[in-house]
Design a protein around this ligand. Structure first.
Ligand code: AQP
Length: 337
C-alpha cells in the first residue's frame, strides 16, 4: 500500500497497553519486552490506552495511578522516550474522532464475531456497554492514525489486527489509498502465556484470582510462591507434551526468561521433578524482573518527569494523527475550514 504520509522510508510501529490492572508477565513477554527491539529501526509509537480501559468499569483514582504506572513500566522495560513516542491515548483527541468515522465503516456482524467481546461480555454481564462492542474500532483508529506497518501484540490481539486490516482496506477501496495496511508482529515464544491457576485460560491482568497471574511488580517471594502453587498435572516429567497444559506453560515461561530451547530445558530437568522446576521458573522470572522493578520505583518518584514525557509524546503523536485525520475527513466529504 502506498503511504503518502510518510516523509521518510522508515517504517512505523504502533502498540498499546491498557491500564486496566497490574501488568502481568503475559503482558511483559507477549508485548512490552519486545517493544525496544524496534526503536532503532522503526518510528515507534507506544501508547497507554486509557480509553480502552473504561470499557470495563474502573475506579477513577486507580485508573489515573495505573496510567502513570504503565508509562513508567514502558521506560523501566527499556524504552527511551528520546527514541520513540510514548503517550497516553486520551491526550490525543484524534483517536476518538477517527474511531467514530471508522465505526461507520465497520459492520455489526464482524464486531459480533470478536472473541474478546464474547469473553468480556460474559464476564461483565452487568455492563455490556457499546464501547466494549466497538473496542476493535478504537483499536483500528489507534493503529491507522499513525500509518503503522507493524503492531507487536500477543496472540489474543490477532483477531483485532485482522479487523483493523479489513476496515482499512474497505476505506481505501471506497475512496483511495489512505491507510497503510498493518501487519501483526506476534512473538514466536510467549505470545500466549496461560493462567497459573487454570492453564487452559490466558493469563490476564484483570483476573481476580491472585494466584492466576504473576505481576511484573510482584515481590520476589510472591513470584516464587505463585509458581510453586501453579496448577500442573499428576505426572512428574518436565517435558512438553499435548495435554500437559500447566507444565507446557511453565516450560514456555522458563524458555522466554532464559533463552533456552525446550530440548535444553527438558534435559536440564530430567529426573528432577516438578517441585524443583517450579522453583527454578520462579527464580529466573524474579531475577529478570528485578531491574525493571528497581527502575520503575525510581520513575514513580518523579511524576514531573513522567508528565513531561506524556506532554512531549502527546505533541509528537498529535502531529502525525492530525494529518491522517484531516485526510480522512476530506475523503468522507466533511467541510474543512
Ligand atoms: N497472557 C498473555 N500472553 C501474551 N501476551 C499477552 N497480552 C495480554 N495477555 C497476554 C498482550 O499484552 C498486550 C497488552 O494487553 P492489553 O492491555 O491490550 O489487554 P489484553 O490483551 O486484554 O490483556 P489482559 O492482560 O488480558 O488485560 P485485561 O485483563 O484488562 O483484558 C497486548 O499486546 C496483548 O496481546
Amino acid at each position: 500500500m502506498i503511504n503518502e504520509q510518510k516523509p521518510t522510508a522508515k517504517k512505523t510501529v504502533f502498540s498499546g497497553v491498557q491500564p486496566s490492572g497490574n501488568l502481568t508477565i503475559g503482558n511483559y513477554l507477549g508485548a512490552l519486552s519486545n517493544f525496544t527491539e524496534f526503536t532503532e529501526t522503526y518510528n515507534c509509537y507506544y501508547c497507554v490506552v486509557d480509553q480502552h480501559a473504561i470499557t470495563i468499569r474502573q475506579v477513577p483514582a486507580e485508573l489515573r495511578q495505573r496510567t502513570y504506572e504503565v508509562l513508567a513500566l514502558y521506560i523501566a522495560c527499556g524504552l527511551d522516550p528520546d527514541k520513540c513516542t510514548l503517550f497516553v491515548q486520551s491526550h490525543v483527541h484524534e483517536h476518538a474522532e477517527l474511531a467514530w468515522i471508522l465505526n461507520c465503516f465497520t459492520m455489526f456482524g464482524e464486531l459480533s464475531r470478536m472473541t474478546q467481546f464474547k469473553d468480556k461480555s460474559s464476564k461483565n454481564t452487568g455492563n455490556v456497554n457499546a464501547g466494549l462492542f466497538t473496542y476493535p474500532v478504537l483499536m483500528a483508529a489507534d493503529i491507522l492514525l499513525y500509518q503503522a506497518d507493524l503492531v507487536p501484540v500477543g496472540a489474543d490481539q490477532n483477531q483485532h489486527l485482522e479487523i483493523t486490516r479489513d476496515i482499512a482496506e474497505r476505506f481505501n477501496n471506497l475512496y483511495s489509498p489512505t491507510f497503510t495496511i498493518p501487519d501483526a508482529y506476534i512473538p514466536k515464544e510467549g505470545a500466549k502465556i496461560m493462567s497459573l491457576a487454570d492453564p487452559t485460560k490466558k493469563m490476564s491482568k484483570s483476573d481476580e484470582n491472585d494466584f492466576a497471574s504473576v505481576r511484573i511488580l510482584d515481590p520476589r517471594d510472591g513470584i516464587i510462591k505463585k509458581f510453586k502453587r501453579a496448577v500442573t498435572d499428576s505426572d512428574t516429567r518436565v517435558v512438553m507434551e499435548p495435554g500437559k497444559d500447566g507444565i507446557n506453560n511453565l516450560i514456555t515461561i522458563y524458555s522466554c526468561f532464559t533463552g533456552k530451547t525446550v530440548e535444553e530445558i527438558e534435559r536440564e530437568f530430567e529426573g528432577r521433578g516438578y517441585g524443583e522446576f517450579k522453583l527454578a521458573v520462579g527464580e529466573v522470572c524474579a531475577d529478570a524482573l528485578a531491574p525493571v522493578q528497581a527502575r520503575f520505583a525510581e520513575l514513580m518518584n518523579d511524576r514531573a518527569y513522567l508528565e513531561s514525557v506524556m506532554k512531549t509524546g502527546a505533541a509528537k503523536a498529535s502531529h502525525t494523527a492530525a494529518r491522517t485525520l484531516s485526510k480522512v475527513k476530506r475523503k468522507v466529504g466533511f467541510v474543512i475550514l
